[in-house]
Design a binder for this molecule. Structure first.
Ligand code: PGA
Length: 252
């Protein structure tokens, strides 16, 4: 059975002190939560990762990085390697978030290299992709999503997908308060599963968790998560409030 996953992407929010306070609050909110088949993941900023790992060492919450370098080490000012992340106990990374694509010019080829580097270091990758508003208006959203996946992921071996979590995030829904409807999310997730089945096989397609991201809030999470091909969410804004995020976790 594929895992249900709720991941909080804190983006460039929360100092170290604020991060620890938020994790403490979340631990309280989720004290009696039965994780069963669900993974709860938080992605604080790099500077809070080590402390976040310590703060969550006795609970089921996992810690992810928001980005990493595809390079092993060396003269790459400002970058953080897989080895550095692993050394502080992080082995999950978000790759390909639309903000990285838009503001930092990350393109499919680089995302492919990052994904390969992460997998080579035994990381789980939360791979983000999704269409722009104009793609959807021009009815090109399926084509765009298929191309993004092909370009970055479809040279991977089937067994690599054991460590890949897909996060469909229509760019027009991120931080805008607009969400794809539950039916639109389901339609795209089913499409993604169909292209995975075509490229690899049915078993693989059914084993990969596909998250929806884009303005998921406590009041819409349950409906979106109720869809059969939606295995959870990647949550931005609402992950910054312990109550909201824990409600979303409980909605899965
Ligand atoms: P949002 O962000 O929930 O604030 O729309 C989602 C994301 O960027 O992962």
């Amino acid at each position: 059975m594929r895992k249900k996953i709720v991941a909080g992407n804190w983006k460039m929010n929360m100092t170290l002190e604020q991060s620890l306070a938020l994790i403490k609050e979340l631990k309280e909110e989720l004290q009696d939560y039965q994780y069963n088949n669900t993974r709860v993941i938080l992605a604080p900023s790099f500077v809070s990762l080590s402390a976040a790992v310590n703060e969550t060492s006795k609970v089921n919450i996992e810690i992810a990085a928001q980005n990493m370098s595809q390079e092993e080490r060396g003269a790459f000012t400002g970058e953080v390697s897989a080895e550095m992340l692993a050394a502080v106990g992080v082995d999950i990374v978000i790759i390909g978030h639309s903000e990285r694509r838009t503001y930092f010019q990350e393109i499919d080829a680089g995302l492919k290299a990052k994904t390969k580097a992460a997998l080579a270091n035994n990381f789980d990758v939360i791979f983000c992709f999704g269409e722009q508003l104009e793609d959807r208006e021009n009815k090109k959203h399926f084509e765009v999503v298929e191309q993004q996946l092909k370009n970055a992921l479809f040279e991977l071996e089937a067994e690599d997908f054991g460590n890949i979590i897909l996060a469909y995030e229509p760019v027009w829904a991120i931080g805008t308060g607009k969400t794809a409807s539950a039916d639109e999310a389901q339609e795209m997730h089913a499409f993604i599963r169909s292209i995975l089945a075509k490229q690899y096989n049915e078993t693989l397609a059914n084993s990969v968790s596909i998250l929806y991201g884009g303005s998921v809030k406590p009041n819409n999470a349950a409906e979106i998560f109720s869809k059969s091909d939606v295995d959870g969410g990647l949550i931005g804004g609402a992950s910054l409030k312990a109550k909201d995020f824990s409600e979303i976790v409980k909605a899965i």
